[in-house]
Write a new protein. Structure first.
Length: 117
């Protein structure tokens, strides 16, 4: 009787671990990318540029602009819809040079280079 109970116990434990491994493997195969196809046109620019990207779902995006020293000099939050999104960025009073712009969601940050003439 004890051997039968021990065997039953091992079978139940083995089955539960097998199911857990399948769930973990499924979660690892999911790639969580929510923004893609990021582009600034024209780049380099003088007065303004259009920043466009594709979003996999509706969410809040934070756009930030940093100088080459890493100091954030501009930040704006907006709601992106699922699919193609774009917005116009004006140079305003920023001096010419190279900057890094970033689009940030809850799960990722994507950065690219931007040149102002």
């Amino acid at each position: 009787m004890k051997k039968l109970l021990l065997l039953l116990f091992f079978m139940i434990i083995t089955a539960s671990f097998a199911q857990k491994k399948e769930k973990d493997a499924t979660l690892k195969n999911e790639v969580v990318t929510s923004i893609s196809n990021i582009n600034a046109y024209p780049n380099p620019f003088s007065e303004s540029t259009k920043i466009s990207f594709t979003c996999s779902n509706s969410q809040t995006i934070q756009f930030s602009l940093k100088n080459l020293l890493g100091k954030t000099i501009f930040r704006k939050n907006f709601t992106a819809k699922k699919g193609y999104n774009s917005f116009k960025f004006n140079r305003n009073n920023f001096v010419r040079g190279m900057y890094i712009y970033s689009l940030q969601t809850n799960t990722e940050v994507v950065s690219k280079r931007l040149i102002m003439r």
